[in-house]
Ligand binder design. Structure first.
Ligand code: MOS
Length: 694
């Protein structure tokens, strides 16, 4: 056997033809006989109780099959997670909450029926504005990733007093929303009689079939194996599809009224803004105290952000500051406001993304204050070991990324003076920022390999969010099996396959790949290179895969050039360039796409993304792509990313680390720093809209 498509080659997506010809079937498009359609009824107040819900007009509409409300909905077996406990009582906890559903012969009839449901409420006072002086602020037990909410080492206040150069500034980032191309959608079918033990089938647009199985089955009173979840193709998620949301429960409930018949439910873009998570707004006080030479004596990062009253989600905004730079006095904190808002959730590099905006902007301010080049400033504060844990770095290449980026971006020619480069109406400037993202790998994932006489079937419940899993995981399998790529028959996206962690924390391919390599090795050990037809082997990763003796993180450097119109404040981004150290590259083509995708999302954060809440109504006003602006192709002219470094054998069997999230980290700060360099205006509140510059 020969290896013709090993890891490291830029294989084009194996699913490209299906994607561009429209034959790749997404959750809503699964061909199914005689489908019915569900449309949610959403609350139009932010807090209160439903006093009356009149469904009679909806029920009389021709083509309506059922109308669900809290008064008649099937009882849920487990209501402990209040995001999933829909239609259980008359309470309204945020605007846009699911309070009913209409099931009908067509989506149009279901939608019209939902419009005909008349709801009366007893409204209560709600609060959706983030107020840093609120007496409701509390300290959570931990942030979402499990680290403590606060850390304190040395004496930041005293060190700030004593430091000759200090930065003490407040940065804010707004509420933001994930907008994957494919809206959240699900097709649910209750079998009339269990089929192979399965009672409910969900075609779900999710980042993890087993995550859905594990979360949804107990809510519905099913054993996990009674719930079958399928997701061969997913049109993006960015974290918002990392766990199921209330609409998955609603579709499952709605399908109970028409057993044997699939029920389709697709959230509208507007409904997604209340039902599929968002990034909390943040208010971040960043303090840096340094000697004249720029060496840091104190770093303080204090964050105020929100969560929903009914379910806690704590973005780990200050965690990045614990490991990025060395200083003897360091302090971080998270204070949380419980509000009557939809439930916040993962959005690409949760924590690192807003946190890096504050930290990397403040470092730029310190460089200016000390009169030191911002790359040199970072060099002077490079920690020998992880400042937080004291552990040695597994593969810290931040300075290499900065130096390589500086060389390729042309940083050496940069004139540090601000506001002096002008071409007609346009001022120009450049900025830099560091990036980092922790290495994660989820334990317990399983995979199996089977030889069918012609191909190796490689099976596990992995997902492809559009990121290239079909391709890259096939490459990993081919290398591990020592066979050509076309002899691998990858089978993913189905909960009937061996149980796998979902895509999240940039750990998908790392986790699945290591497991596939283990299964392939087991196969070759047991069956050699000339296996009998039907030969198979399996593997399960240990529960704990992270090396406790090393601090494992990826690193990167973000460079941006901006042009700012001196009269209108319009900001253009002619150039972005990123250098990233992510271990071994599995597929250079899909890796580059992930990185420049992340950088583009960072540009989007810097200049556009802003969820506007009308606090009087508790209403998200910018709830579609007309009002919630995301960067498009025309927003960036020249964008590129390269990788440096080599295989990191501690991170995974392939030597790779994750690549999904680090591309967004620091990108917004690089742009904000470039805007400062161009104009002399330091914008500490995102997004950087023209009105902030004139
Ligand atoms: Mo990612 S925000 O961990 O799906």
């Amino acid at each position: 056997m020969t290896t013709t498509d090993p890891v490291g080659t830029p294989v084009a997506r194996l699913d490209a033809r299906e994607k561009v010809t429209g034959t790749a079937r997404y959750a809503y498009e699964q061909p199914s006989a005689n489908p019915a359609y569900a449309w949610p009824v959403l609350s139009t107040i932010a807090r209160g109780t439903i006093t009356k819900i009149d469904t009679s007009a909806a029920e009389e509409l021709d083509g309506v099959l059922d109308v669900l409300t809290h008064e008649n909905a099937p009882k849920l077996a487990d209501t402990s997670d209040r995001e999933y406990a829909i239609l259980t009582d008359d309470e309204v906890n945020f605007r846009g909450q699911i309070i009913g559903a209409v099931v009908a012969q067509t989506a149009e009839i279901a939608r019209q029926g939902a419009d005909l449901v008349r709801v009366e409420y007893a409204e209560q006072m709600h609060k959706t504005a983030l107020d840093p002086d609120s007496d409701e602020l509390y300290t959570p037990e931990s942030v979402t990733t499990g680290q403590p909410a606060d850390t304190d080492e040395g004496d930041v206040d005293a060190a700030m007093e004593a430091a000759p150069v200090t930065i003490d500034a407040t940065y804010t980032t707004p509420m933001e929303h994930n907008n994957p191309m494919e809206p959240h959608a699900v097709t649910a079918l209750w079998h009339k009689e269990p089929k192979d033990g399965v009672r409910l089938l969900l075609h779900d647009s999710t980042q993890g079939v087993h995550s859905v199985q594990t979360a949804v089955a107990p809510v519905l009173g099913l054993k996990p194996e009674e719930l079958h979840v399928v997701n061969p193709y997913v049109g993006g998620g960015f974290g918002s599809k990392g766990m199921p949301h209330a609409h998955d429960i609603l579709a499952s409930m709605a399908a109970m009224s028409v057993p044997g018949r699939p029920v389709k439910l697709a959230l509208t873009r507007q409904a997604m803004f209340a039902l599929t998570g968002h990034r909390t707004p943040t208010i971040q006080r960043l303090r840096l105290g340094a000697r004249e030479d720029g060496t840091l004596r104190a770093i303080g990062h204090d964050v105020v952000e929100h969560t929903a009253r009914i379910k806690e989600f704590i973005e780990q905004t200050a965690v990045i500051t614990r490991t990025m730079y060395s200083a003897p006095n360091r302090r971080t904190s998270h204070r949380i406001a419980p509000l009557d808002v939809p439930i916040p959730f993962w959005m690409r590099a949760p924590g690192e993304t807003p946190g890096s905006f504050a930290l990397e902007s403040a470092m730029d301010e310190l460089a200016v204050a000390c009169g030191i080049d911002p790359i040199e400033l970072r060099r002077r504060n490079e920690p020998d070991v992880d400042p937080e844990t004291g552990l040695p770095w597994a593969d810290r290449r931040l300075l290499e990324c900065l130096d390589e980026g500086a060389r390729r971006f042309g940083w050496a020619e940069r004139d540090p003076r601000v506001g002096v480069r002008r071409d007609g109406e346009w001022l120009s400037g450049t900025g830099v920022a560091s990036a980092t993202y922790p290495h994660f790998a989820a334990g317990g994932t399983q995979a199996e390999v089977e030889w069918d006489g012609e191909k190796y079937a490689v099976r596990l419940g992995a997902s492809d969010l559009g990121t290239g899993t079909w391709t890259a995981l096939s490459q990993i399998a081919a290398e591990a099996l020592g066979c050509p790529l076309d002899q691998v028959h990858l089978q993913i996206g189905d909960s009937e396959f061996p149980k796998a962690a979902g895509a999240g924390g940039s750990a998908g391919l790392t986790t699945w790949g290591s497991t596939v390599v283990a299964a392939a090795r087991a196969f070759r050990e047991q069956h050699g290179d000339d296996p009998a037809e039907g030969a198979r082997a399996e593997a399960k990763m240990p529960e704990d895969t992270v090396d406790p003796d090393f601090a494992q993180h990826s690193f990167g450097a973000q460079f941006a050039e901006v042009a700012v119109n001196a009269y209108t404040g319009e900001i253009r981004v002619p150039r972005m360039f990123g250098v990233f150290s992510i271990g071994r590259v599995i597929n250079p083509r899909t890796t580059r796409s992930q990185l420049i995708g992340g950088m583009t999302m960072g540009l989007s954060m810097a200049l556009h993304e802003h969820t506007v809440m009308d606090d009087r109504l508790g209403l998200i006003v910018t709830h579609d792509l007309a009002d919630y602006h995301v960067a498009a192709n025309a927003d960036v002219v020249d964008i590129d990313a390269v990788t440096i470094g080599e295989a990191d054998p501690r991170a995974s069997a392939m030597g790779s680390r994750g690549v999904g999230e680090i591309g967004i980290v620091g990108a917004a700060a690089a742009i904000a720093n470039a805007v400062y360099h161009a104009t002399g205006v330091r914008v500490r509140d995102l997004p950087i809209t023209p009105d902030r510059l004139i």
